[in-house]
Design a protein around this ligand. Structure first.
Ligand SMILES: Nc1ncnc2c1ncn2[C@@H]1O[C@H](COP(=O)(O)OP(=O)(O)O)[C@@H](O)[C@H]1O
Ligand SMILES: [Mg+2]
Length: 205
C-alpha cells in the first residue's frame, strides 16, 4: 500500500478538495483507495455522508490512531491511502508526513499563501519525505504563475508541473458528494485533474 499525505499548515488552500478528487480518480482507475480524514473539522467525512457511492472509503481518524489505521487498511487490502490533514495541528501533520511515501503541498498563487508554506516544507523535511508544491486555484493566465514558481523554488521545493485551475466545477461538485470528474466528466476541470492524477500516480509507482 502506498500512502500520500496532503499537507499545508494553512487552511483553505484546497487540501480537502484535492484529497477528494484524487481519491475518486484513484478508485476509478481500479486502485482500492481509502481517504483518511485527520481534520477534526471532518469536511471529507461530511462529503462522504452526502455521497451515494460507498467508494472511495472515507474514514475520520484521530492523529494518535493514524499508524494503527494504516496497518489495518493495508491488511484489508487497500492499495492507496490518502491522508487529508488539518491545518492547525503540527503533531498530526508530522505523523502524516512520516507515514507518507509522498507529500503534496497545495498552494494558491498568492504572495501570503506562498510565504505561509515554509512551515509545511519544514515538516516534510523533518519527515524526510519527498514533497511537491501543487499550485491550486490558478487563474487562466498571468505572471503570478511564474512568480509563484520562483517563490516556491526559494524553499528548495519542487513544483508539480500540472496545475489546478480556479473552476466552479471543483467546488460545486462537492456540494452533492461528487467530484468534478463525476459531475462534469467532459469538462475542463475533469480533463486537467486527470492529467494531475496521472502525474501523482507516476510519482507513487
Ligand atoms: N481549484 C479550485 N477551484 C475552485 N474552488 C476551489 C478550488 N480549490 C479549493 N476550492 C474551494 O476553496 C475552499 C477551500 O478548499 P478546501 O479544500 O476546503 O481547503 P483546505 O482543506 O485546505 O482547508 C472550498 O470551498 C473549496 O471548494
Ligand atoms: Mg480541509
Amino acid at each position: 500500500m502506498k500512502t500520500l499525505a496532503i499537507l499545508s499548515r494553512k487552511g483553505g488552500v484546497g487540501k480537502t478538495l484535492i484529497s477528494l478528487h484524487l481519491s475518486v480518480a484513484s478508485q476509478a482507475s481500479g486502485i482500492e483507495t481509502a481517504l483518511i480524514d485527520l481534520d477534526p473539522q471532518a469536511s471529507a467525512t461530511g462529503w462522504a455522508e452526502d455521497r451515494e457511492n460507498d467508494e472511495p472509503f472515507v474514514l475520520p481518524v484521530h492523529g494518535a490512531r493514524l499508524s494503527k489505521t494504516l496497518t489495518q487498511l493495508r491488511e484489508q487490502g487497500a492499495q492507496l491511502a490518502i491522508i487529508d490533514t488539518a491545518p492547525n495541528s503540527e503533531g498530526s501533520s508530522l505523523m502524516a508526513a512520516r507515514a507518507a511515501d509522498l507529500v503534496l503541498i497545495p498552494c494558491q498563487p498568492a504572495i501570503l499563501d506562498l510565504k505561509a508554506i515554509r512551515n509545511t516544507v519544514d515538516i516534510a523535511k523533518l519527515a524526510k519525505v519527498k514533497a511537491y508544491a501543487v499550485l491550486n486555484r490558478v487563474p487562466p493566465k498571468g505572471s503570478i504563475i511564474e512568480d509563484s514558481k520562483e517563490a516556491i523554488a526559494q524553499y528548495d521545493l519542487e513544483v508539480c508541473p500540472k496545475m489546478i485551475g480556479q473552476r466552479v466545477a471543483y467546488s460545486y461538485s462537492l456540494i452533492s458528494g461528487m467530484t468534478a470528474q463525476e459531475y462534469e466528466p467532459n469538462g475542463q476541470a475533469a480533463k486537467e485533474f486527470s492529467q494531475f492524477y496521472k502525474w501523482v500516480e507516476n510519482k507513487l509507482s
